[in-house]
Design a protein around this ligand. Structure first.
Ligand code: DC
Length: 229
């Protein structure tokens, strides 16, 4: 059976990563959450107070990043790639609201996108991969056999995100989460380099009223049909 590349793009907090993780597990594929790479760079910038370089000297920022390597390491137990900064696992730092607030600005910088896309394309796809993000079907893997675009109403997404954060012990309020989502949608869709778009060969899924099991069932059929080609 053919192992394929699955690109999952879509709006913020549509459950792309949770879905990608479950699909990867079901089909024994690897899962890569590309958003975590943009978050890792953002975490590095905020931690080291480098916001001024974002505005004034992106080349200097890239140099600093090259001296403080951000790496993906595959965890055999969880079957996912986790993010390391200077050899330290920073996976748990990435969903902080401060990171979420600043990440779209960082993700709009072409030089940073170029570096991260390079790393994403170097990942071995031969055993099947599910990668989620904003430009996976359009830029990273335009040859992906299956491209999905996830969306849902902003309110539904904000509610889900809010519950997730509260459950994870993060102290936030719902309206901040909703505002952050809307802001990110606008920034991600209007940036010049690799904006969030629905490519013509993508399948659009509005999951406002779908459970994760509904979605997995539907997507599994699509995967099987592509694997058998
Ligand atoms: O999926 P996420 O919310 O963790 O993504 C964080 C930010 O990174 C979001 O503002 C969009 C950006 N991003 C991107 O521009 N391209 C990707 N492939 C993945 C994420």
């Amino acid at each position: 059976m053919k192992k394929i590349t699955i690109a999952i793009d879509g709006h913020a907090s549509t459950g792309k990563s949770s879905l990608a993780k479950k699909i990867a597990k079901k089909f024994d594929y690897i899962h890569v959450n590309s958003g975590s790479m943009y978050r890792a760079v953002t975490y590095f910038i905020l931690k080291n107070d480098l916001q001024n370089l974002v505005e004034s000297d992106v080349n200097e920022l890239i140099k600093k990043l090259q001296n403080n390597p951000i790496e993906f390491k595959f965890d055999n137990n969880s079957n996912i790639y986790e993010i390391y900064l200077n050899k330290v696992n920073i996976e748990k730092k990435l969903n902080d609201l401060k990171v979420s607030d600043y990440v779209s600005k960082v993700a709009a910088i072409p030089e940073i996108r170029k570096e991260l896309v390079k790393i994403q394309r170097e990942i071995d796809r031969s055993n099947g991969i599910v990668m989620d993000g904003r430009d996976i079907g359009s830029i990273v893997f335009p040859d992906a056999e299956l491209k999905l675009f996830l969306t849902a109403s902003a309110k539904v997404r904000a509610k889900r995100r809010y519950s997730e954060m509260i459950n994870a012990g993060v102290n936030v309020n719902y309206s901040d989460v909703l505002e952050n989502l809307k802001k990110r949608d606008t920034l991600d869709s209007t940036r010049k380099d690799s904006p969030l778009i629905i490519v013509k060969d993508a399948i659009l899924i509005d999951n406002s009223n779908l459970t994760i099991d509904n979605q997995i069932q539907y997507i599994s059929k699509l995967i099987r049909s592509k694997q058998n080609i």
